[in-house]
Design a protein around this ligand. Sequence first.
Ligand SMILES: C[S@@+](CC[C@H](N)C(=O)[O-])C[C@H]1O[C@@H](n2cnc3c(N)ncnc32)[C@H](O)[C@@H]1O
Length: 284
Amino acid sequence: MNDVVSLILIGSGIAIIGVLAWWLLIASEGVYLGRRVVIWLYDLYAHRYDGVKHYLREYETLYLAEPIMDAIAPQRDPLVLDVATGTGRLPLALARLDEFEGHTIGLDLSRRMLHFATESIYPYNERATFIWCAAETLPFSDDTFDVVTCLEALEFMTSPEAVVRELVRVLRPGGLILVSQRINTKLMPGKTWTSGEMQTILKNSGLAEAKAQIWQVDYRKVWGRKGGDSAQTGVRPLTSILRCPTCGAIQSRIDDNQWSCNACGSTAVIGKDGVIELHMIKSR
Ligand SMILES: C[S@@+](CC[C@H](N)C(=O)[O-])C[C@H]1O[C@@H](n2cnc3c(N)ncnc32)[C@H](O)[C@@H]1O
């Protein structure tokens, strides 16, 4: 009898640990275990991401790229920042549009996701640049971009409100912001906001307007404009907008597969796939 009870207890213990591990690592994608685990999981599954998501080209055009270009018309050459770009979904959707003459900087902390982004953007390479770096401290000055986006990623951040403040900080006055968030939250309690909360956070961060709409059943898109007005930024060389994470200067050069800060001498490798590895900056 005792053996049976022991077996039941051991079996139950294993089942509980199994369910907990499934929930922490698979169902909630590591969000309760910190940034390192989230990024480790994205690195691990980067090769499967596009297959699982299966984004349809016509939907990406209809619900992402065209509405962005409509919202900023008549500008055709926006400087766009896509934070947590993953495998480059947004840069690709924009690059495929004939009327898009701008440039997207796609930034992510998963190096392997970015590698696949560089593959997917081909043959539109000149329309995007990918940078390996965290969303929490964006390496750009205030008011730099015409458009800033962050899709399906805020729920993975440890301090999403701080990231939203960064998104708004680097957006130019009058610029367009597009963020999305999961609304089917049963498996990620406490990690998402209501529509009202999200709009309040965006407005408190400096947006003059924020408008929410349901998207892809499980997500909410929020469109906003930064208060004020300013001239369009348009396409600019990366070396004239990238701020050195070490000293803050915006004087850099790109040569020999390396990015270097002219002011303090810090360097970052540019991988064979073209990704600028700012996350591994070597300070002088
Ligand atoms: C669900 S994917 C979304 C990717 C892309 N935006 C899309 O819509 O397909 C979430 C992305 O957020 C990135 N990410 C998570 N935390 C991050 C952080 N703190 N800084 C930068 N990227 C982060 C992950 O590496 C991953 O590529």
